[in-house]
Design a protein around this ligand. Sequence first.
Ligand code: GDD
Ligand code: MN
Length: 345
Amino acid sequence: MLVLAAALAAVHFGAPALYLLYLRAAPKKPLQTAAIYPKVAVVVPTYNEARNIEAKLEDVYSQSYPRDRMSIYVVDSASTDGTAEAAERWAAGRRDVRVVVLREPKRRGKAHALNTALAHLADEEVVVITDADSRWLDRDTLRRAVAYLAAADAVSCLKRPAGGGPTEEAYRTWYNRLRLAESLVHSTPVFHGELAAFRREAIAGGFPEDVGADDSYAAIRIAAAGGRAVTPPDVWCIEAVPQRGYPTWRLRRAQHLIQAFARALPNVAKAPPPYRVILAAEAYLHLFNPWLLPAAAALAAASGPPGLALLAAGAAALLYKPYRAWAAGQIYLMAAALRNIWNKE
Ligand code: GDD
Ligand code: MN
C-alpha cells in the first residue's frame, strides 16, 4: 500500500515537473509583432458595475491606441444600479471616441452579452474584451497587445495581483511563467477576462454560453484549430484580489477553468502536435492530477508508521511557500470540480 501511495505521489508531483521540462525543451516559435493599427472594438460587459464603469472607460480612453481606430462597446445586462446610464453620461462627455452602449433586457451571463456585442459590431477587425472591474498596466497595453495580433489570432495578458497575500503572489508568478512558456512553444489555453484580444474572424462562431471561462475556451478552440493564442511577455493586467471572500473567488475561477477544460477534452486529439501536448497536460493537471494527492495521503495513512512518517513530511513541507500555494491550488480544483456538479454559476 505504501508503494502505491508513493507511486501516486510521484505521479502527482512528477507530472507538472515533466511538463515544465517539456516546455523548456520543446522548439520555440518566437512571438512576432508589427506596428499595426487595425480597427479595434473594445467590449466591456457589465452587470451592476456602476462603481467601476467610469474608471474603466477612462482607462480604455487614455490608451495610446489611435482613438479614431477604436470603438468602445459597453454591453449591459439589465443592471439595477444605473451602470448603463453612467456609461452613457461618460460617453456624452467624450466626443472624440465612438462609444456604443448596448442594453440587454435580461441578464443571461457574460458570454451571452459578448455574443450580443459581436452581433452589433461595425467594420472592426479586432475584438478586445475587458472586464469592468479590471485595469491594464499602462497606457500602451492595448497597442502592445494588438501588435502581437499581426502574427497571432488571439492575445491575452499576464497578471499582476494587487492586494493578494504571499500565497497569491507565488501562485501568480508560476502561473505567469507557465502561460509565457506555453505561448512560446505554441499557445496557452488560459486566457483572462482582464484582456482577451481576438482577430474578429477567429471568434466568428461566438462564445459558448454554458462555459464559465469563455475567454479560455475561445483560446483553446482557436489553438486546437491550428491558430495561435498567446500571452506575450510585455502585456500586463492588474488583477484586484478581493480582500474579503478570497476563497469563494478562487473557487469560482477554478470552476470556470474546469468547465473550459472538460469541454475542451474532445479537441485534444484534433490539435496540432505541439499544442496537443499543452492542452492534454493542462486538462490533465486541472481535471485529474489533483485527486492523486488525497488518494496518496489516504493510502499512506492506512499503511502504518512509515506511511504516517511520509504524511508528516508532506505536512512539514507546507512551510515552504511555493508548495503551500501548490497545495492550496489542488484543494481549490477539487472543491471546484465537486461544486460544478450542482452549481455551475
Ligand atoms: N453584460 C453582462 N451580463 N456582463 C456580465 C454579466 C452578465 O450577465 N455577468 C458578469 N458580467 C460582467 C461583469 O460586470 C464584469 O465586467 C465581467 O463580466 C466579469 O465578471 P466578474 O463577475 O467580474 O467575473 P470574474 O472576475 O469572476 O471572472 C472573470 O475573469 C475570469 C478569469 O480571467 C471573467 O472575465 C471570466 O470570464 C474569466 O474567465
Ligand atoms: Mn472580476
